[in-house]
Design a protein around this ligand. Structure first.
Ligand SMILES: [Zn+2]
Length: 403
């Protein structure tokens, strides 16, 4: 029997006060009850202030003229002083041409924001008594705003990068293991590629990590790459998160993501994956941490912020959305990234942050006419747009009648 006296439990995590910050009353400063009190006119004013910063002066979505346009109370629309066309508060946004009352869309949005790791469309459907397609497209219009409004830009600082195996059959169980191919039996690694287990400083496994991974990968498997900007002060966590979907965690894929969001003066922290090997010559610094030895070195070299995002992304897929398709994985990834970035904000500011993006990305490119069969035909990957595999009912197939 093991010596009980020698047993040392893992050190407890230091108390950081994060939970306390979120328990303060200021953190939940805005809710559905406040929305209930608003009239439809006040809802228009609220949206106008978040979109344009003013409910009286705004740009015309047709000609771009910024002016105090004529307000038509009965139609709830403005008439442009320059081009004489009329527009509503949602014209030129992903919610243009909405049929649901504005207040209800706002309520569904606040309800969606308040989910810790996301909110399923089925739950929104039951809560708000709307069709499933309505709840689903509202959520995706919000996600589209995040893909095109939040997952952009270049920032300078310390970036932590990592990739996460997601989707594909049994992707978690198969991670890092050679796959069995039926016709040839178990795959053998070529001897010359194996590391010498007797050598000094050997750290397992002996197999080369990337050997023929692409050929053995399930066609549905995807890698969600993430880069997170570390906050300036200690204990602050990450302040900006960017994601991209890749077919494999190749050097080209990680490099594209890094160049998209990290300036050349940035320092990159990653694990010892060979795909990051060339980073040292493109960025000011590149540090790696060997995860089979330690999680961080010298108290500063780690990519734990990226790993914590991966954990939350897994929770979002396995705990909330359950059935995320390859086609919309990038959208869900952007949602998780946004939820991480605004985690310290009270509800009213989260709503403001989200609406400011809804107001500036323009009309929806992917969700107009969804109920009429106009679906996005491609998935968004770091290499560009890939034709997406269709899912759901086949064309012309009718749903089963209720029993
Ligand atoms: Zn105009």
């Amino acid at each position: 029997m093991a010596d009980a006296a020698a047993f040392k439990p893992l050190p407890l995590r230091k108390h950081t006060g994060t939970a306390h910050r979120r328990l303060r009353p200021e953190f939940s400063d805005f809710g559905l009850e406040d929305l209930e009190k608003l009239t439809e006119l006040q809802a228009v004013e609220l949206l106008a202030k978040h979109f344009w910063g003013s409910a009286t002066e705004m740009p015309c979505p047709h000609c771009g003229t910024i002016d105090t346009h004529y307000w038509r109370r009965r139609e709830m629309r403005w008439k442009c002083k320059c081009c004489d066309k009329t527009f509503s508060v949602t014209s030129g946004t992903p919610f243009a041409g909405h049929k649901l009352p504005l207040l209800k869309i706002l309520k569904i949005t606040v309800s969606w924001i308040n989910g810790a790791s996301g909110k399923p469309a089925l739950q929104l459907m039951r809560d708000w008594r709307v069709a499933y397609g309505t709840a689903f497209t509202i959520c995706h219009r919000l996600r589209e705003s995040l893909v095109r409004g939040h997952n952009t830009g270049i920032v300078c600082g310390v970036h932590e990068m990592d990739g996460l195996d997601v989707l594909g059959r049994n992707h978690a169980a198969k991670r890092g293991k050679p796959q069995v191919v039926k016709s040839t039996g178990k795959k053998e690694f070529p001897k010359h590629l194996l590391k010498d287990e007797q050598a000094a400083g050997f750290v397992g496994p002996a197999k080369p990590p990337k050997w023929d991974k692409k050929a053995n990968q399930h066609p549905d498997r995807r890698i969600l790459l993430v880069t997170r900007l570390r906050g300036r002060s200690k204990g602050m966590g990450a302040v900006a998160t960017f994601v991209a979907v890749a077919i494999t965690e190749s050097a080209k894929a990680v490099f594209t993501l890094a160049r998209r969001h990290a300036s050349a003066e940035s320092a990159i922290m990653s694990d010892e994956d060979p795909s990051y090997a060339a980073f040292g010559s493109y960025f000011a610094a590149h540090e790696t941490v060997n995860h089979s030895e330690t999680f961080s070195r010298d108290g500063r070299i780690s990519n734990n912020l990226a790993e914590s995002f991966n954990m939350r992304m897994k929770r979002l897929i396995r705990g909330v959305y359950l059935n995320v398709s390859q086609k919309y994985l990038a959208d869900y990834g952007c949602e998780a990234a946004w939820r991480e970035d605004v985690r310290e904000l009270p509800t009213s500011r989260k709503l403001g942050h989200l609406l400011s993006m809804v107001g500036r990305v323009g009309v929806s490119l992917w969700w107009c006419g969804f109920s009429h069969g106009q679906h996005r035909g491609h998935e968004l990957t770091v290499d560009g747009e890939l034709p997406a595999k269709a899912r759901g009912r086949r064309k012309g197939q009718q749903p089963k009648p209720p029993r």
